[in-house]
Design a protein around this ligand. Structure first.
Ligand code: ASP
Ligand code: MG
Length: 418
């Protein structure tokens, strides 16, 4: 039997009517001849509610009990989905993580998959069951305790099952109808993509296009799981939504596929640091130890090379999420107090945003950076920091120009045209 994985997010199972709507989509695939593994999230809002219960009970909570509480939302939807399917005449059975068992590490709150044995679910399919409904987001540790994978983790559960069961495809049903060239709330010219390469999706996902959990895309790329994002609130068919797939499957790839942004960035500059071997390590070591996620890094050129001119100085600039600024400041001040680094001043700018263009076509096309900078210059947007990777160019700019920059870049790269 060909097999599909279908994942329904929180808004897609928010109440009984929506669960019924989702179940109808499952039934349609069963009627077309598929065995289906359904992965469900908790009803929307439930996980947040459970988190607040835990936090309201215990400040320094035991992470095992956090997982025990927070994983329970998915148990409810899994059971309800199986019941609804049975009501519709579809043989279905639900599974909690420990029943499969979905074996994970013991890192409570951010567990990782160890193995997903197929035998129990395969045996149920062999008995004539058509659907296995599995609670997303959760697993079981080698100690036998319930674990969770981190917020948004059901996407990753879905991809892991698609890989383990060699599914034809993994369909992620959500409240948007696909992946767009940029956020449609910023420009009405944003266009839905029919296909996007894993690597592009990974850049867009980690840059803040909140459609899929980043880990799910990493996993899909590693195991070449074809992933489709589509709406559970529309009539859908084989061509609906956006297919996230290997770049070989994409015939006409544009140089740039999308424009991403991240609003909550901060820029920090250490003014006048020694320019000598080991200074970067002395700065970024303490930042890493403090759990600061440093993104862009720029070291200014020193007026003189250190080897010839002891005493040469430079500046170091880096960006990090805005809510980590206090932690970063403290790490730098502590390092200075301990004599690990020395600097004159730490300048913090919390009014910046990051805008990025992403596309696998950049690998083989020159001039993308020039075109990007040109478009920003035409709008008088000043660039503060630039960083590049093989398929991405990012700039840090004043936050008040973020929307303008996204629109200008979307136009410059003709992203509204297929
Ligand atoms: N219910 C979990 C959350 O809200 C997992 C998920 O929905 O993917 O994070
Ligand atoms: Mg989600």
């Amino acid at each position: 039997m060909p097999l599909l994985v279908m994942k329904f997010g929180g808004t897609s199972v928010a109440d009984l009517a929506r669960i019924e709507n989702a179940a109808k989509k499952v039934q349609k695939e069963v009627d077309r001849g598929y065995d289906v593994i359904v992965i469900v999230s908790a009803m929307s809002g439930e996980t947040n509610r459970f988190v607040s219960y835990v936090e309201g009970t215990s400040k320094l909570y035991d992470a095992r009990e956090y997982d025990a509480v927070v994983a329970s939302g998915e148990n409810v939807t899994a059971g309800l989905m199986a019941l609804r399917l049975q009501e519709m005449g579809v043989p279905a059975r639900s599974w909690q993580g420990w029943q499969v068992p979905i074996n994970t590490t013991s890192a409570h709150g951010s567990a990782r998959f160890v193995s997903i044995p197929r035998d129990h679910i395969d045996a149920k399919f062999a008995e004539g069951f058509k659907v296995a409904v599995v609670a997303g987001f959760q697993g079981v540790s080698s100690e036998g305790r319930v674990t969770t994978l981190g917020r948004g983790g059901s996407d990753t559960t879905a991809v892991a099952f698609a890989a383990a069961f060699e599914a034809e495809r993994c369909d992620i049903y959500t409240d948007v109808d696909g992946v767009y060239t940029t956020d449609p709330r910023i420009t009405s010219k944003a266009r839905k993509l029919h296909k996007i390469a894993f690597e592009e999706m990974l850049e867009l996902a980690s840059l803040g296009a909140k459609v899929l959990q980043t880990r799910s895309v990493e996993l899909a790329m590693r195991y070449k799981v074809r992933l489709r994002v589509l709406s559970s609130f529309e009539d859908t068919d084989e061509n609906s939504g956006t297919l996230v797939c290997d770049e070989d499957e994409i015939m006409e790839s544009k140089v740039v596929s999308g424009v991403a942004y991240s609003r909550d960035e901060a820029k920090m500059t250490l003014v006048t640091i020694e320019d000598r071997p080991g200074v970067a390590s002395a700065i970024f070591g303490p930042l890493a130890d403090a759990g600061v996620n440093v993104d862009m890094i720029v070291q200014n050129i020193s007026e003189r090379d250190y080897d010839d001119h002891p005493g040469a100085v430079t500046d170091m600039t880096f960006s990090c999420p805005i809510n980590q600024v206090e932690r970063a400041k403290k790490a730098m001040e502590d390092a200075r107090a301990a004599g690990i680094i020395n600097y004159d001043e730490l300048v913090v700018d919390t009014d910046v945003a990051k805008v990025s263009v992403v596309g696998i076509g950049m690998r083989s096309h020159a001039g993308v950076a020039a075109k990007m900078f040109n478009a920003l210059a035409a709008e008088n947007v000043n660039i503060k920091v630039i960083s590049t990777s093989e398929i991405k160019i990012s700039v840090l700019i004043d936050r008040k120009y973020m929307e303008l920059a996204v629109q200008a870049l979307h136009d410059a790269f003709d992203l509204d045209k297929a």
